[in-house]
Design a binder for this molecule. Structure first.
Ligand SMILES: NC(=O)c1ccc[n+]([C@@H]2O[C@H](COP(=O)([O-])OP(=O)(O)OC[C@H]3O[C@@H](n4cnc5c(N)ncnc54)[C@H](O)[C@@H]3O)[C@@H](O)[C@H]2O)c1
Length: 251
């Protein structure tokens, strides 16, 4: 584990409205090699944070960590790695997740459990392993990335929906339990233009865009901006909250 900063993405770096409100903070982002997690890591870095990027596979670059979020022993090693570099962790963004369709008939116990293990248990295990570092920061922020699928029902998504509703509940429980040292908030993106969204056909994507009041699907940078807000002192009185970032489709 080395500690030279890697440059933020062009999108985050080139945005003149981005300030340095996270200067001096340390962050860990899961699912940071793709989509929303990657955009969040870039945004936090652009705002001045030192960012550890965790994902399943090893990646080139500084402060990259390969781990499976559903594995508590992996999380314990992650906590050791971070503790070797810093006594505190200010920000944890739980963005790693899996998506897939499937009815009750189509799910095996194993496939159902995998949604639960990654999408619901993963964030809880991360918080558990990193809690001493988060508490020591005194004013830490956890952002859990749920989904609009945790606000309403849609067809044929039993495993995904159940796991995201579970994450929503866990976020509220942990906001109460971990205050006042740690704030815990949950966000609910609508359809966002990432590799995960590519599972939907082009037809389905344009249908969703049409039904969205803002008439388009979202960009990962738009979710990252909300994550950076919740991570920052601008959200110092916000915990246990639920924020939709969905162009209004859940309105
Ligand atoms: N894209 C959307 O439309 C959308 C909408 C609502 C919610 N979300 C949620 O946002 C989060 C990020 O999704 P995305 O669109 O960026 O997806 P993505 O597939 O682009 O990125 C997800 C990342 O998580 C990583 N990951 C998956 N399982 C992991 C594990 N067990 N351990 C560590 N890393 C793991 C993947 O390797 C990948 O890099 C997910 O939790 C997803 O459910 C996405």
């Amino acid at each position: 584990m080395v500690s030279d900063p890697s440059p933020p993405s062009a999108a985050a770096a080139g945005n003149p409205s981005i300030g340095r409100r996270l200067e001096g903070r340390t962050a860990l982002v899961t699912g940071a090699l793709s989509g929303i997690g990657q955009a969040a890591a870039d945004r936090l870095e652009a705002e001045g944070a030192r960012v550890f990027r965790l994902d399943l596979s090893p990646a080139e670059g500084e402060r990259r960590i390969a781990a499976d979020v559903s594995d508590l022993s992996a999380w314990r090693q992650v906590a050791e790695l971070i503790r070797a570099e810093t006594p505190t962790l200010d920000i944890l963004v739980n963005s790693a997740g899996i998506f897939g369709l499937g009815s009750l008939a189509e799910h095996s116990a194993e496939s159902f459990y995998r949604f639960f293990a990654v999408n619901q248990l993963g964030p809880a295990l991360g918080i558990k392993a990193l809690l001493p570092l988060l508490r020591r920061a005194g004013n830490a922020s956890v952002v859990n990335v749920a989904s609009g699928a945790a606000l309403f029902g849609f067809d044929n998504a039993l495993g995904y929906m159940s796991s995201k509703w579970g994450l929503r509940g866990a976020s509220r429980a942990l906001a109460r339990e971990l205050a006042p040292e740690v704030r815990v908030n949950c966000i609910f993106p609508g359809l966002i233009d990432t590799p995960m969204a590519g599972i939907n056909s082009a037809e389905r994507q344009s249908d969703i865009a049409e039904r969205t009041p803002l008439k388009r699907i979202g960009r990962p940078e738009e979710v990252a901006a909300a994550i950076a807000f919740l991570a920052s002192d601008d959200a110092s009185y916000i915990t246990g909250s639920e924020l939709t970032i969905d162009g209004g489709i859940c309105a």
